[in-house]
Design a protein around this ligand. Structure first.
Ligand code: ZN
Length: 511
């Protein structure tokens, strides 16, 4: 029986409504074997229980573990040599990235996430090119094993695609516009779908059988509407129903993706998904930047949820998602960092701050998310979209003890007005580096900013050594391919007749 009493100057249990949170001053959480047994005043709980240890002090605020609801890889694209570009050329520029060992890469990022207070992540992994020497079965499993080693919770999915890999058009049609030498290079080195649709489903079913556990949920995923045939979309939907699991997909991340819908179906990609019977409460959609009012209605009516990624949307010139309109319609909105974040370091407290500020539309009396709403997005809503909703996301008796202690010293020193709400203080001033202790299922994963399960210097050294090796011939070919292909992709998109859309937010105007 392992028990602990986790104390802080404040315990923020959960957001209540849109504008307040349930907070206990001089509070504590008593957990036994990973289950929250009682929450209350520290003095009362100390008198009633005999914990194995007391964690924390009045120097901390105690919060539920934070949840990153959309994530892909460890070392960021920028670290791997791909600076920000608009998404369409960016996905081509990323071909130049080198292979990274999937286990080490995931462990690297899990450490970074734990260090910023993230206890649960939605990891959505591309079935693109497989690193050398890794079998198909081990490819997905090794990623989950990295999370198992770190102690984090993960909702894990592999995503596939089966068309329009180069631009938003049939591959052969686009290639017919390219020089013959480049077409040869593409056929030789471009990572078209290396895995068939049925292999993807079988692999995911196998991962569910082998890897599903208290801390691991295995979801199914399709990449994005324009990259997936209707058959693939129907198949993943059916799979999610049969296995009673979650379904994750990118939708309308960029204006080009929205316009693809207009060109091909005379409606938005989300409306097309609705025609296929795809939407529903088990479906979480990443981005949704280019949602129309009727898309937002569809999200609300079908109970489909959104994973909002403000940093990514700014970095890849995608735009600003109409989150205020979605919150007005009571769509569940969770928060994701999409593998990098604005500081390129997966700091979710920074992402919470950005999410709050970016939705402040000009004008007195114009609503925008309160700190409590943002806190709810990064906790309870994240738990809902990752299917851990009954277990984590809030501090409540009977839930699992996923708890984070944030050091208040930098946030409050030398002075912070005593009337400041603690949730405001966290969202306005908190940084990942203020996170001191991270607990999952009652188990301490980081204490005093030192990770307990993973040896960080060793992981960094291994990554450095493996990435210090000379580039392999297939990596050099991909670099050449990226360099040759990029101008053609840029030209192809630059020729689009851009759709004029009424904006959800009036940020500014010109005469
Ligand atoms: Zn993404």
């Amino acid at each position: 029986m392992a028990s602990s009493l986790i104390r802080g100057k404040y315990v923020v249990c959960r957001a209540v409504g849109d504008d307040e949170s349930e907070v206990i001053s001089d509070g504590a959480v008593f957990q036994r074997d990973g289950e929250i047994v009682e929450i209350g005043r520290y003095d009362d709980l100390k008198a009633r229980h005999e914990p194995d240890e007391v964690i924390g002090s009045p120097d901390f605020v105690v919060i539920p573990g934070l949840i990153n609801a959309h994530h892909h890889i460890g070392l960021t694209p920028f670290q791997l040599g791909s600076p920000d570009l608009p998404l369409e050329p960016w996905v081509i520029a990323k071909l130049a990235q080198r292979d990274v060992d999937p286990y080490l890469d995931t462990l690297y990022c899990a450490m970074q996430m734990i260090e910023s207070g993230i206890t649960t992540v939605m990891h959505n992994h591309a079935l693109r090119w497989r690193p050398e020497g890794v079998s198909l079965d081990d490819w997905g499993a090794s990623l989950i094993e990295a999370y198992e080693a770190s102690g984090m919770r993960v909702a894990f999915s592999l995503f596939n695609r089966d068309r329009n890999h180069l631009v938003s058009e049939d591959n052969e049609q686009f290639m017919s516009t390219l020089p013959a030498g480049l077409v040869g290079l593409i056929r030789e080195s471009f990572p078209f779908s290396p895995v068939s649709s049925s292999e993807h489903l079988d692999l995911t079913a196998e991962l569910i059988r082998r890897k599903q556990s208290d801390r691991v949920r295995v979801f199914i995923s399709a990449h994005n509407v324009h990259w997936c045939s209707d058959q693939m979309l129907r198949d993943v939907k059916e799979f999610a129903g049969k296995h009673e699991t979650g379904l994750h997909i990118h939708v309308q991340e960029t204006i080009y993706q929205k316009m693809y819908g207009t060109r091909h179906w005379g409606k938005t990609p989300l409306a097309h998904l609705d025609d296929l019977g795809f939407l529903g409460p088990e479906v979480s959609v990443a981005h949704g930047v280019w949602f129309t009012d009727s898309d937002i209605d569809l999200m609300a009516e079908t109970g489909t949820t959104l994973c909002h990624n403000p940093s990514s949307n700014l970095r890849l010139s995608s735009g600003v998602a109409p989150v205020n309109r979605m919150l007005d319609r009571r769509v569940t909105v969770a928060l994701g960092i999409d593998e990098a974040g604005i500081n390129d370091d997966n700091d979710i407290l920074q992402e919470m701050r950005l999410a709050q500020k970016v939705h402040r539309e000009p004008g007195v009396g114009v609503g925008s998310p309160s700190s409590h709403k943002i806190f709810d997005m990064a906790t309870r809503a994240g738990a809902e979209v990752t299917f851990f909703g009954n277990q984590v996301g809030t501090l409540e008796v009977g839930k699992r003890a996923d708890v984070v202690l944030v050091d208040l010293s930098r946030i409050t020193e030398p002075y912070l007005h005593p009337d400041t709400n603690i949730v405001d203080a966290l969202v306005y001033r908190g940084k990942g580096t203020d996170v001191d202790t991270v607990i999952v299922d009652g188990e301490v994963l980081m204490r005093g900013r030192k990770l307990t399960r993973v040896n960080k210097p060793e992981v960094h050294a291994e990554l450095k050594a493996s990435l210090g090796q000379p580039l392999k011939p297939h990596e050099l070919r991909r670099i050449e391919l990226s360099r040759e292909l990029l101008p053609h992709v840029n030209r192809w998109f630059a020729n689009w007749d851009m759709e004029r859309n009424p904006a959800h937010y009036a940020y500014n105007a010109r005469a």
